[in-house]
Design a protein around this ligand. Structure first.
Ligand code: DQA
Length: 146
């Protein structure tokens, strides 16, 4: 059976392309998803992609991933810096998780330097734009295959 990966995009990422292009670039979420699908085909893995504006919906999606997915690729967006609930959901399901960010959160405002998710993630990739997602998918797939 192929490796199954759940991709979760957090709030405001649906606005990519129009949202603060100087920080996030001009690539849309749809284009990011297409690049992920292309890489997934190359790596021979299955993807399911979700985007949610609300914390509760993200928590539910992660909870429902139990027994359905082998890995989670997540950009929790602003919830990275606030959400104990998403951290607990990742810890609860125990599915290997890679955290990604388009921007380098460590060279931005101080409130973005702390991630509640990092402590329960296998790793974090931050600052490479769309490549953060693609590098994250490669890392996750290699983790799931080992
Ligand atoms: C982000 C960084 C977060 O600080 C911010 O709230 C986002 C996007 C990123 O991908 O760079 O919404 O996760």
């Amino acid at each position: 059976m192929p490796i199954r990966i759940l991709v979760v995009h957090g709030p405001n990422l649906d606005l990519l392309g129009r949202r603060e292009p100087e920080t996030y670039g001009t690539t849309t979420l749809e284009e990011i998803n297409r690049s992920l699908e292309t890489l997934a085909t190359e790596l021979d893995v299955e993807l399911e992609i979700a985007q949610h504006a609300s914390e509760g919906a993200i928590v539910r999606t992660i909870g429902e991933a139990l027994d359905r997915f082998d890995g989670i690729l997540i950009n929790p967006a602003a919830y990275t810096h606030t959400s104990v609930a998403i951290r607990d959901a990742v810890a609860a399901v125990g599915i290997p998780t890679v955290e990604v960010h388009l921007s380098n959160i460590h060279r931005r405002e101080e409130f973005r330097h702390h991630s509640f998710i990092a402590g329960v993630a296998a790793g974090q990739i931050s600052g490479f734009g769309v490549q953060s997602y693609l590098l994250g998918l490669r890392a996750l797939v290699s983790l799931c295959s080992s």
